[in-house]
Design a protein around this ligand. Structure first.
Ligand code: ADP
Ligand code: MG
Length: 677
């Protein structure tokens, strides 16, 4: 049985079992599927290209029989010369006296070991008689810790394979193996540990990548379907004419992309299922307009809407702009942490009595004492991963509203379908026409005085500027110091009629808000800030965004910051101040100056920084794959996703015997559901 303890394997006693446990290996199956994290392939290079101190592989002919010397009891040194490219290379091998018998003058050998270019000497780790064979030179590398060694691990896997390989059963229907030309599971498994050739390894890996993605997508979609059916939802009956007449009050025509996502949303809302949709759109693509229309649809359906945003500043901004848009079409309230006492009680009562249609606020507005009378729609803007827990909170209150999650961080498709695989995704992939792209420049620290003059010139013209410096961690004193210093430097530089403000996370909330208000009202012209302004702030008169130490930000983050300007009629500028050391850093600055497409930047960011770093912090809910790599294997991911959809649609897991093993496997990992919560 594969789920038996590793102690069943020959040579595994209590101690080794404990060591294996350090690697989270408890069962035979755990061990068999403990894959190498990479493979070293040693290639033979010309002597002139070998680098001193590197691990290298050479192929040559033994010149004379090796000489063996013993020293300090049972330690030995075997020395011989090999001729490579007509040059005589010294080879040293320690404590392998037995090799003397194997190696004779005239033998061709392949040696791998540490290279000493001064002495033209190799200290041999492994030797093999015969010519260099590319396929034999593939060395699986396992991640190990504790007392266990690679050799012991390999030997244990080998022993386990001998006995249990046959028990590793196929999961995929035969037609898949055929169509995709994938090796069967037990063979692929053996190849992962003991690759006979690069060709075989490539296909074994391809198989497990696909398997991993398919299982993941299937679980996601099964889960999605289950919750969909279990949770039920509301069919919102809204007044189409009313909604159209509302849209007609807008000073612009919706873009085609806006129309498209609106169709998705309204269809979901009308359907009897609960909407669970992610709306993505670059900064300025007009998500708020789409949200407003969706909200209004809910209002005409006689239901209430909760609009959740991450900060009070944003809540206030949305409140003002929605008040503007809706005029007296809806009753709107703002509910944040700073609304307390009697006014709060009154608002809560009004929400409960359905005297209010739209509530805008921070996260708390779906919790605590807030009880909606008839909640139809929840919109979650930015950064809140509105998880299963919150949905449960709502359900416990007897509500099952449609949920729309909005984000301005373009998420590469591959990430979106893994991290947000349980949601439907709509993308606004078009900006309203007539936008002037923000001009982006890259300057070095030395050019800062020129940047200051540039700011002064524009501010004197009545415009405003942000100056952002990185705050990597909220508690990082140094970073706040950076902002404080910068603020001071600017105050000294600018004449008295230019007011410079300072905003950072350590300020009390009311001071932060006051500062933002002062900036919005142009009482402050230059705002020095840590990244607290990143999300959603809208000051159309601001035309300059200076980003200090720009190399410390991800591309997507830089793009977000850049999106704070370019919101008015004047040409806007983004100035990146950075002295990146490496080529990658320079490349990133160049990409920023040439690309204004958020999705393209997101893809580049993902490639440069990897999925773990993409969201800035480790995103919970991001699956970890053993073999698959979301970035490099995105084609397999797309294929697996499409296949999973088809399987679910056809009910194959339940009805088709060819899918029985897959169904079994998915059921088996019931721990999966807990992870989703
Ligand atoms: P987002 O929330 O996606 O960043 P907003 O909804 O705030 O974008 O829109 C940015 C600006 O563009 C707002 O001033 C809004 O009035 C305007 N806008 C939205 N949709 C359109 C459109 N279709 N045509 C022209 N301007 C638009
Ligand atoms: Mg619905």
């Amino acid at each position: 049985m594969l789920n038996a303890s590793v102690q069943q394997i020959k040579g595994v006693g209590e101690k080794l079992a404990e060591d294996l446990q350090m690697l989270h290996i408890e069962t035979i199956e755990d061990l068999l599927f403990y894959f190498p994290y990479r493979y070293d392939v040693f290639e033979v290079k010309p002597i002139s290209e070998l680098i001193h101190g590197d691990k290298v592989t050479i192929e040559g002919t033994v010149v004379y029989d090796p000489s063996l010397t013993f020293f300090s009891r049972n330690k030995s040194r075997l020395m011989f010369n090999v001729e490579v490219e007509g040059i005589s290379i010294k080879a040293v091998m320690f404590n392998r006296a037995f090799a003397k018998k194997h190696l004779n003058a005239g033998d061709v050998v392949t040696l791998t070991g540490k290279w000493d270019s001064n002495r033209l000497q190799i200290t041999v780790n492994t030797y093999k008689k015969g010519r260099y064979d590319q396929d034999a030179a593939i060395h699986p590398i396992y991640s190990i810790k504790g007392d266990i060694t690679s050799n012991v691990l390999k030997k244990t896997i080998k022993n386990a394979l001998k006995v249990y390989e046959k028990e590793v059963s196929e999961l995929l229907p035969a037609s898949y193996l055929q169509n995709y030309k994938l090796p069967v599971r037990h063979e692929a498994l053996k190849t992962m540990h003991f690759p006979e050739s690069r060709f075989k390894l490539k296909h074994a890996r391809r198989r497990f990548v696909y398997e991993e993605f398919l299982l993941f997508q299937l679980k996601m979609q099964v889960y999605k379907k289950m919750t969909r059916e279990a949770e039920g939802g509301i069919s919102q009956v809204f007044d189409k004419d009313e909604v159209s007449s509302f849209v007609n009050t807008f000073p612009f025509k919706l873009t085609q992309a806006q129309e498209k996502v609106l169709r998705h949303i309204l269809k979901d809302m009308a359907s009897p299922f609960r909407m669970n949709r992610l709306l993505q759109g670059d900064v300025g693509s007009g998500k708020t307009a789409v949200a407003a229309i969706s909200i209004y649809a809910t209002v005409t359906a006689g239901k209430q809407c909760a609009f959740m945003v991450p900060t009070e500043i944003l809540a206030e901004q949305h409140y003002l702009s929605l008040m503007n848009l809706f005029e007296d079409r809806a009753r709107i309230v703002l509910l944040t942490g700073s609304v307390k006492g009697k006014p709060r009680k009154e608002i809560e009562t009004a929400i409960n009595a359905h005297d209010v249609d739209i509530v805008i606020g921070t996260h708390a507005l779906i919790q605590d004492n807030v009880h909606f009378s008839d909640l139809g729609l929840v919109i979650v803007d930015e950064q809140h991963r509105f998880g299963v827990n919150q949905r449960r909170t709502l359900r416990d209150k007897g509500m099952n509203p449609d949920v729309l999650f909005m984000t301005a961080t373009p998420i590469p498709r591959t990430l979106a379908i893994t991290a947000f695989g349980d949601m439907d995704v709509s993308i606004i992939d078009e900006l309203p026409s007539g936008r002037k792209p923000v001009e982006t420049h890259w300057a070095t620290e030395r050019q800062f005085p020129r940047v200051l003059s540039f700011i002064e010139k524009h501010v004197t013209n009545g415009e405003q500027a942000y100056v952002v410096c990185p705050l990597i961690e909220e508690s990082d004193k140094l970073d706040i110091q950076n902002a404080v210093d910068l603020h001071h430097q600017m105050e000294t530089f600018f004449p008295g009629n230019i007011q410079v403000g300072l905003l950072h996370g350590r300020l009390p909330t009311d001071e932060k808000e006051q500062m933002m208000k002062d900036f919005s009202a142009n009482r402050i012209q230059v705002l020095v800030s840590t990244t607290v302004i990143e999300v959603g702030v809208n000051v159309p008169n601001a035309t300059i965004m200076v980003i200090y130490d720009a190399e410390r930000f991800g591309l997507s983050q830089l793009h977000q910051l850049r999106g704070r300007v370019g919101r008015g009629n004047n040409q806007s500028y983004c100035i990146l101040i950075a002295d990146p050391k490496g080529e990658v850093g320079k490349e990133r600055m160049r990409i920023m100056t040439t690309t204004t497409d958020g999705f393209e930047l997101a893809e580049q960011d993902l490639k440069l920084r990897g999925p773990g770093d993409f969201f800035g912090t480790k995103q919970s809910g991001m699956p970890e794959f053993k073999v698959a790599d979301m970035v490099h294997d995105y084609r397999a991911l797309e294929t697996a996703r499409a296949d999973a959809s088809e399987i679910i649609q056809n009910n194959s897991l339940e009805t088709d015997p060819n899918y029985a093993s897959l169904a079994e496997e998915i059921k088996r990992e019931s721990a999966f559901k807990e992870k989703m919560d």
